[in-house]
Unconditional design. Structure first.
Lengths: 261, 210
């Protein structure tokens, strides 16, 4: 079995080649998507609701299968991976965190290490390490239930859980979307620091252009299931495509109420 | 003579009939659970089939119990007069609440939780056993509780086809036009129902808290 941890030869952690995903009704959610994600970068998938961002993420970890085309993960075709093994090697964080409400924080974070049958001592050490990493003192939080956490704390646990088995790739689906603006800003700041320290390949879905500019090393803009283009944050602000300009213009709505970053 | 005197004088038969009653309920519930839980789980994502199966179970529920007992008597293998026919009929009655609550309980689990479970690399079996069933347990137990209480009530009618149980007193009392005899069956049956309802309710609450 190939390992996700093997360094990709061409430096590409992920590559979508002409990927199309259609609903059984035939309606395409993603059309002819070509996308490359370099190892260690944070690629933000930016787009309006229904632009195919979340679908693209689910195609990467095979929660959905492409109708046409192929996704390569560390150079190996997605369909050649065992989906369960693939998902255990790809961290996944979603908007409502999706923590198991009947498990303690500790057990939630230990999920993938347990699935991978790590020895108990190693799991415990890793959980402590992860909780500290996301700024939740283990002594205070390890035994709590998700219902005893704030939205921001839940999301921190979600990140800790996704990172627990040290996956080289991390998929994040609007992880900070449901948080209040102050908490969101805190988490964005911490997450940016974390991302630059951990050297993970991150695909981050958002419809918040500020978040995209702040967190992304590159931005892939989607509209109606199609890729408009990929840009560095600086390029994005100067891009000529109408959809990019629409997003850039949305930055100035309510200008004077705060700064962009 | 009031019913209590009758009860004391006939306590050994009341006890015997109570045991018969509990055995009928337990046997029929065991069959209903053995069928209802796995079928309910299998139906969660098959919505069309689920509608048909729940519809059929619903129809069974609308057949008057005495008629259902009667219908089953001529059926080969399971039919005839006696406890086995009654157990089959009672299991059919208990099926609907168990099936329905298994389906709605599992369907009601937060989709974000199930999606993250799958996305983190749990196998379908692990998602079912470690996530969906524990989270659906309170709703499923509510169905089992309803089924048990109904079953304790309906079992009194099983005496009509010779299955025994506390209904024996009720039918005898009706034939004798003797309220004391009726109450000697009805009161223990009601007590059984209350105890079962209370016990399963407590279990349900403790599971919900976990």
């Amino acid at each position: 079995m190939a390992s996700l941890n093997a360094p990709p030869r061409d430096g590409l952690a992920l590559e979508c080649r002409a990927v199309t995903y259609r609903l059984p009704s035939g309606a395409p959610l993603v059309s002819g998507l070509n996308l490359q994600v370099k190892s260690g970068e944070t690629l933000v998938l930016l787009g309006r609701s229904g632009s195919g961002k979340t679908t693209t993420l689910k195609l990467i970890n095979r929660l959905l299968e492409p109708t046409e085309g192929e996704i390569f993960i560390t150079g190996r075709a997605g369909s050649a991976w065992d989906p369960i093994e693939l998902r255990r090697g790809i961290g996944y964080v979603i908007q409502d965190a999706g923590l198991f409400p009947h498990w303690s924080v500790e057990r939630n974070v230990a999920l993938v290490p347990h699935l991978e049958r790590w020895p108990e001592e190693r799991v415990r050490a890793r959980v402590t390490e992860m909780l500290e990493l996301v700024g939740l003192p283990p002594g205070q939080f390890a035994t709590r239930r998700p219902s005893e956490l704030s939205g921001g704390q839940k999301q921190r646990v979600g990140v800790a859980r996704a990172l627990a088995a040290d996956p080289p790739i991390l998929l994040m689906d609007e992880p900070f979307g449901a948080l209040d603006p102050v908490t969101r800003a805190d988490l964005q700041k911490e997450f940016r620091a974390l991302a630059s320290r951990l050297h993970k390949t991150i695909v981050f879905v958002t419809h918040d252009v500020r978040e995209a500019l702040y967190l992304g090393t590159r931005i892939a803009l989607l509209t109606e299931g199609r890729l408009v283009g990929t840009y560095s944050p600086a390029e994005f602000l100067k891009a000529a495509e109408p959809e990019a300009r629409a997003f850039a213009a949305s930055l100035h709505v309510g200008a004077g109420t705060g700064e962009v970053r | 003579m009031n019913w209590y005197d009758f009860f004391l004088r006939n306590h050994s038969e009341v006890f015997e009939r109570s045991v018969e009653h509990v055995v009928l309920v337990a046997a029929s519930m065991a069959i209903a659970l053995a069928i209802g839980l796995p079928v309910g789980v299998a139906l969660v994502r098959r919505l069309t089939l689920q509608r048909w199966v729940l519809g059929a179970a619903n129809v069974v529920q609308t057949i008057p119990s005495l008629a259902l007992f009667g219908f089953l008597i001529p059926v080969p293998w399971i039919g005839g007069v006696g406890a086995s026919t009654a157990i089959v009929a009672l299991a059919l009655y208990a099926l609907l609440p168990i099936l329905r609550n298994t389906c709605t309980g599992i369907a009601g689990v937060d989709p974000a939780v199930v999606e993250s479970a799958r996305g983190m690399g749990m196998t379908p079996r692990q998602v079912l056993w470690q996530v969906q069933l524990p989270l659906a347990a309170p709703v499923m137990l509510a169905g089992i509780r309803v089924a048990t209480v109904i079953s304790i009530g309906v079992t009194t009618i099983a005496a009509a086809i010779g299955a025994g149980g506390l209904g024996v007193f009720i039918f005898r009392g009706v034939a004798m036009v003797n309220n004391q005899v009726i109450l000697a069956g009805a009161i223990p049956a009601a007590l059984l129902a209350v105890v079962a309802d209370f016990g399963l309710g407590a279990l349900q609450r403790s599971v919900a808290k976990r």
